[in-house]
Design a protein around this ligand. Structure first.
Ligand SMILES: Nc1ncnc2c1ncn2[C@@H]1O[C@H](COP(=O)(O)OP(=O)(O)OP(=O)(O)O)[C@@H](O)[C@H]1O
Length: 928
């Protein structure tokens, strides 16, 4: 039975003070929670929160209990209203209770989701509740006539008291948990042995697994940190399978980007300063000196604002039309429909949206153009240390990441910001139309929706990762089967490949189905949240209409507005994920843009003034990584026109000398002078203009022979190119190609033979007419005639020029003006061939080892395929028989005919440092 006094209470409207408290209470909690959580996230407190709280689970239960008390109060009020047919006049009480359920529901979800939360957003909310709850209760009882409490009043009061107690207990448990944790920490450190226990970081419990909380969350210390097999087995299957599968290149890139982002985020300390580092891109996004584009951007902004206004006007107009049809207003419905049609047109893809996109096109391409070209130019200007440390595919991916910055801005400017404005407008408009709670319901529903949608997306992450791995696996198996078709067929393994592929496809399909199911469930749940919000809003609107405070048209307006507002919410929920993915890509580009080239011109560096080409190395040392010295105190002088050959074991540092001479790297100690000028003091461009390089494995562009040769001098005439090719003894051969000089050479010059490739590279160097030539001499197996042609071409290239050769052929070494023997980065000997032989040192040793080696089997070499880009053997004895005999004559034969034995046995080990042969070097018998 309902007490007549209770009925009085139910129908009695709240006073203005109580009503405002009903409004203010959830609003204050919500505002505090959102603000403090945002601060915690932005200042990275959520990341550094390492401690799990011992009483977290109890506090979650207490919070749930409080939510249930709100629900109980709400139900009691509704039952009372239905039974007494006094549909509640206390709208502020009902909406207040609904809002409290929503707000504390969000907190409940937040607390349950994070095992190690930042606490102040929660404890602060409980504190605020402790102030508001008694105030509201006191005000609601004040106008009450004296007498015993009715059943409803008693129930209400009990619910509030129980909730109050729950909040107090939650706070007490929180402080008690903190205090216990502190005390345990203190006593642990007191009990801790002065001597560290066996490398376990002094773990006081001897490494035992501790259950540190009532939650049962385990923190593993010491020995216990080794994972238990049984636990692993029972772990989430998806997780373990994801951990087992090897990382795909895509996953690696994602992981590295994420790690990079987290690292920088930690360094910056919070999201604000982190975001500031992206200001590097500002000039590429904002057309700094372009008024026309700036005007377009301003017009786009106006379009967006206009769109926000139209978004309110459409539902409002629909309401007006409906009211005019129902007679609630005297407006002409025909005109109303026409206006409605006009507004719809403006809002459509043929209206403002068209105008906005039209205006935006040049701006969008401006930023693509600016970012892409700036990134590409920056990468090209970076030095060898950068290019040697990054894979080309990673660099290319990073350059295309410019696109993600544009799309991130697109999402933020054209979708996120307009949506936020829409919500603020909706909040204000609905608050004015239907009272503040209608607005509040809108905002609260949107926030809860996004919270839930984001949480669900995060839960789907692991399954999605599995799907991507399965997709890569499928792709890999398919590609391997098709690429290796010949092998598959030769070994009769078509059946095996078919089975392998079908397993991969089935695995991928299973994973995709899981993801799909996850999405469907997530959408269903999100829809339910929106439905709850809509019902709450509609309930309030119906209340207003039935009480004559609003028209049916307003109700229709609300429904239309609601539908319009919530439609893009799905996008908003995934915005965070999209932005973080774009940030990861942008991070990779940012890292490159922040890398400074290590080899740069000094300010106002003059050009190199060439006068002959004298090169001096003065105590030059070098290290690639700053730790291991690759070159140690190298000093020598090469006079103009001299040919210097570097010999030494593989990895001795010969090529490195050429690299620092061409300033691909700078010497870490000492100076390099060209014609008396320090190469670090002159401009890089002028230095490289004077130097011509022929690498051991030349790389050509996938272009015509003509364009490849002309690359050395872009304005060279055809005649000049022909001349260079003639000098390089390749002209005739090129003329024999199907398209002559217009023949395309294929990727990296794949369609040319080894000898042709080398001579095209030499022709290119000849066309450049360098003053100094750097040659990493190749020893590809080519036929005698080609080899002679190459030698001839090289002779023409080096004629009269200071030349440095990393020499692999005995003939080159012996013909050099000066031979430099490099061992372990040190210049151990230098001098002419005969001089060094007489010195009986390291060179004599190397030389004698090779001179007894069987010369290349030149007949069979003609048929050998040339392996391009392969490191050549250390030194090759390419001497013609007569010269070899002459050289051999320099060696005194020893009794026993050891010479003949050595030459016969060493054919396969010319470059082997370890081969032990009994050899005779000038003057003495030696074991090598
Ligand atoms: N970019 C690099 N970064 C780090 N170390 C490098 C780099 N290039 C070469 N090195 C190391 O420097 C040492 C000298 O290399 P370098 O290429 O100069 O030897 P080399 O005498 O020319 O050998 P080879 O005759 O086989 O070409 C080697 O140990 C090599 O591993």
């Amino acid at each position: 039975m309902i007490n007549p006094h209770d009925a009085d209470m139910a129908s009695q409207p709240s006073g203005p003070a109580l009503a405002s408290l009903h409004y203010a209470y959830p609003t204050a909690i919500f505002a505090y929670y959102i603000t403090s959580s945002t601060i915690a996230v932005c200042t990275l407190q959520t990341r550094s929160s390492e401690q799990s709280h011992g009483r977290r689970r109890v506090i979650i239960w207490l919070l749930l209990f409080s939510i249930l008390t709100y629900l109980a109060q709400l139900l009691a009020l509704l039952v009372q209203a239905v039974v007494q047919h006094t549909f509640p006049s206390e709208q502020d009480t009902i909406i207040g209770l609904l809002s409290c359920i929503l707000v504390f529901g969000v907190e409940f979800a937040g607390l349950s989701d994070s095992p190690k939360p930042v606490w102040y957003p929660f404890t602060g909310s409980f504190g605020i509740a402790l102030v508001f709850e008694p105030a509201i209760q006191a005000l609601s009882l004040t106008p009450r006539p004296p007498g015993p409490l009715g059943a409803a009043e008693f129930f209400d009061l009990s619910a509030v008291a129980a909730r109050y107690l729950a909040f107090v207990m939650a706070l007490l448990f929180y402080f008690e948990g903190n205090w216990t944790a502190k005390r345990e920490k203190g006593s642990d450190s007191e009990r801790q042995s002065l001597l560290k226990s066996n490398g376990q970081n002094g773990a006081p419990n001897g490494g035992k697994v501790t259950d540190d909380s009532a939650d049962g969350e385990q923190e593993q210390n010491g020995y216990g940190s080794t994972s238990d097999d049984s636990t692993e087995e029972s772990a989430d299957a998806t997780k373990s399978s994801a951990a087992d599968t090897p990382e795909s290149p895509w996953e690696r890139r994602e992981r590295e980007g994420r790690e990079q982002m987290e690292k920088r985020l930690k360094e910056k300390g919070n999201w604000f300063t982190y975001a500031k580092s992206f200001l590097v891109f500002f000039p590429y996004i904002w057309p700094v000196n372009n008024r026309a584009l700036q005007t377009r951007i301003a017009l786009v902004g106006i379009c967006l604002l206009a769109m926000n206004i139209v978004n309110v006007m459409i539902p409002r107009q629909l309401g007006i039309v409906l009211d005019s049809l129902g007679g609630s207003n005297d407006k002409n419905p025909w005109v109303g429909v026409l206006v409605f049609g006009g507004l719809k047109l403006v809002a459509s893809e043929a209206g403002l949206s068209l105008l906005r996109q039209y205006l935006w096109i040049p701006v969008e391409f401006y930023s693509y153009d600016a970012i892409s070209t700036a990134a590409y130019s920056h990468v090209l200007n970076l030095s060898s240390d950068f290019h040697d440390s990054k894979s080309s595919s990673d660099i290319m991916m990073a350059i295309t990441a410019g696109q993600s910055i544009s799309s991130m801005l697109d999402s933020i400017c054209f979708r996120a910001i307009p949506m936020l404005i829409d919500f603020v407008v909706a909040f204000i408009y609905l608050s004015v139309m239907f009272g503040p709670y209608e607005g509040f319901i809108t905002i609260a529903t949107a926030v809860i929706f996004m919270y839930i949608a984001t949480a669900m997306l995060a839960r789907l992450k692991m399954i999605r990762k599995g799907e991507v791995s399965a997709w890569f696996e499928e792709h890999y198996v398919r590609q391997a089967g098709i690429q290796g078709w010949t092998t598959v067929t030769c070994f009769n393994q078509i059946g095996h490949e078919e089975r392998r592929y079908s397993t991969a496809v089935r695995n991928r399909v299973a994973k995709s189905q899981q993801v799909q199911l996850g999405y469907i469930l997530s959408y269903a749940f999100q829809f339910l949240v929106l439905l709850c919000g809509l019902l709450a809003g509609a309930f309030l609107a119906v209340f207003q209409v039935t009480h004559g405070k609003a028209t049916p048209g307003d109700f229709i307006m609300l429904l239309t507005y609601w539908a319009q507002l919530v439609a893009p919410l799905g996008f908003f929920a995934s915005l965070g994920k999209g932005i973080s993915r774009n940030l990861i890509s942008a991070e990779q580009l940012l890292e490159i843009m922040q890398t400074k080239p290590s080899i740069i011109d000094k300010e106002g560096a003059p050009p190199l003034e060439f006068s002959g080409g004298k090169v001096e190395f003065d105590n030059v040392s070098f290290s690639y990584d700053g730790k291991k010295e690759i070159l140690k105190d190298i000093s020598f002088t090469a006079t103009p026109g001299m040919t210097v050959a570097f010999v030494g074991a593989t990895g001795a540092g010969k090529s490195t000398i050429l690299k620092i001479l061409d300033r691909f790297y700078d010497a870490t100690k000492g100076t390099i002078l060209i014609d008396g000028q320090d190469i670090k003091e002159v401009s890089l461009c002028s230095l490289r203009t004077q130097i011509g390089v022929v690498p051991q494995a030349p790389v050509l562009f996938d272009d015509t022979v003509m364009n490849n040769v002309r690359y050395a001098k872009l304005d060279a005439t055809d005649e000049e190119v022909y001349e260079a090719c003639k000098a390089a003894s390749i002209h005739e051969q090129i003329m024999g190609f199907t398209d002559g000089y217009q023949t395309r050479v294929g990727e990296r010059g794949i369609k040319l033979s080894g000898g042709e490739l080398q001579r095209v590279a030499i022709a290119r160097a000849i066309l450049k007419r360098p003053a100094i030539v750097l040659l990493d001499e190749a020893t590809s197996a080519v036929d005698t005639e080609t080899e002679q042609k190459i030698q001839e071409a090289l002779r023409k290239l080096c004629e009269g020029r200071t030349t440095f050769i990393v020499a692999h052929r005995l003939s080159t070494i012996m013909n050099a003006d000066r031979i430099m023997v490099i061992t372990g980065g040190e210049l151990v000997e230098q001098g002419g061939h005969d001089e060094l032989i007489r010195a009986k040192g390291k060179y004599a040793e190397l030389w004698s080892r090779q001179i007894f080696a069987k010369p290349q089997d030149k007949e069979s070499a003609t048929d050998k395929p040339v392996v391009k880009g392969r490191k050549s053997p250390h030194i090759v004895n390419d001497l013609p028989n007569e010269v070899a005999n002459l050289e051999l004559a320099k060696v005194k034969p020893v009794p026993g005919g050891q010479v003949g034995t050595a030459s016969g046995e060493s054919s396969g080990s010319e470059d082997s440092e370890d081969s032990t042969q009994t050899l005779v070097t000038p003057g003495h018998k030696k074991e090598v």
